[in-house]
Design a protein around this ligand. Structure first.
Ligand SMILES: Cc1cc2nc3c(=O)[nH]c(=O)nc-3n(C[C@H](O)[C@H](O)[C@H](O)COP(=O)(O)OP(=O)(O)OC[C@H]3O[C@@H](n4cnc5c(N)ncnc54)[C@H](O)[C@@H]3O)c2cc1C
Length: 308
């Protein structure tokens, strides 16, 4: 603790800096223990400063977006958590949209629609940040982020700034090169096209209504827990449902009654409860059908379950 306050005292950034920040405040599951050191920088140079500091003092770091695709352990995260949600600039020039990675992707979509720019309408109302959507190559309604991605600015560990131009071979189904490339994405440019504002909003409201009808916003969750695998013949939700696992509950975590590939926090769940449900479902699908479901939600932090 003494060391943490010492570190915090040495960092000079614009933005927020705290010790022992509860990560349950920053995840859509609403669970997760404390971050030793939590920083929410405002500008790109603050990100570089944090990464330089972490490298110099050998402090591990984790990059947090909207916290909508992660399960943070009850024990929390050791080292530094860099929360990107303070990086929120957004500007359109002709058909290019340049956005800070901490802006909610849905806000970027709305901003584009207001500017009469189409291409991001598919992702309206999906939770999470621009950076998280790029990291995951988020997809829905037959489109994915790669389709409109033009360039990404990344601060590498140590503080070097690089601009990356996407290449088709680096992206795939819920796969991006940033999964193997450490660093913090700070801004992203999207190549969009002119479109009618009214048509865009019409489609965006349809997507939002569809998500609502599937229970996406009914309880704290992280969206789909498992990826779909075409070779299994059915979406993961249908597979899980087919085995009668809808409604399965451990502690405060439950397979959603509205969509079997979503696990919800009914109000009192711990991260351990949620992980127990995820692993039960995974085991049952393997045991009864032989399918190895691939988890989409990431386990983050220090897990008692993983100790030898
Ligand atoms: C109700 C609901 C519905 C959802 N629907 C969909 C859907 O339709 N399609 C879909 O693909 N996903 C969906 N998701 C999952 C999730 O919203 C997406 O994967 C989203 O893109 C994650 O973004 P995030 O900012 O929350 O990332 P986080 O969960 O914060 O982080 C995810 C990963 O990205 C990394 N990361 C985040 N930002 C940066 C950055 N700036 N630089 C470097 N690394 C970074 C993190 O380190 C982490 O490894 C849904 C989730 C919910 C809760």
């Amino acid at each position: 603790m003494c060391r943490l306050s010492e570190w915090a005292g040495k960092i000079n950034i614009a933005g927020e800096l705290r010790t022992e920040e509860p990560l349950s405040l920053h995840t859509t599951f609403r669970v997760g223990g404390p971050a030793d050191l939590y920083a929410r920088p405002k500008h790109e140079q603050d990100v570089a400063e944090l990464l330089r500091f972490a490298a110099e003092h050998d402090i591990p770091h984790f990059v947090l977006g909207g916290g909508s695709n992660i399960l943070v352990s009850d024990l929390g995260i050791r080292g530094l958590v860099i929360d990107t949600t303070g990086l929120r600039h957004c500007a359109a020039s002709d058909t290019t949209l340049n956005v800070g990675t901490g802006l909610p992707i849905s806000e970027a979509s709305a901003f584009a629609a207001e500017a009469g720019l189409g291409g991001l309408d598919f992702i309206y109302s999906m939770p999470g940040s621009v950076g998280g959507a790029v990291w995951m190559n988020a997809r829905c309604y037959d489109s994915e982020i790669y389709d409109v991605l033009s360039s990404v600015t990344l601060i590498e560990p140590g503080g070097r700034r690089v601009v990356y131009t996407p290449r088709p071979e680096d992206f795939g189904y819920k796969r991006s090169p940033f999964m193997e490339r450490p660093g913090v994405m700070t801004s992203v440019s999207f190549a969009l096209h002119r479109a009618s504002r009214d048509d865009l909003w019409h489609r965006m409201r349809e997507h939002e209504a569809d998500r609502r009808s599937k229970g996406h916003f009914a309880a704290p969750c992280a969206g789909s827990v498992f990826k779909n695998n075409r070779s299994f013949g059915r979406p993961s939700g249908a597979i899980i449902d087919g085995l009668g696992l809808r409604g399965l509950q451990r502690g405060g975590a439950r397979v959603s009654d509205l969509h079997a590939n979503i696990i919800v926090n009914t109000g009192t769940a711990t991260a351990t409860d949620i992980r127990a449900v995820i692993e039960h479902v995974h085991r049952e699908v393997k045991r009864r059908l032989g399918h190895e479901l691939e988890r989409e939600v990431l386990y983050v932090g220090q897990w008692a379950e993983d100790r030898p």
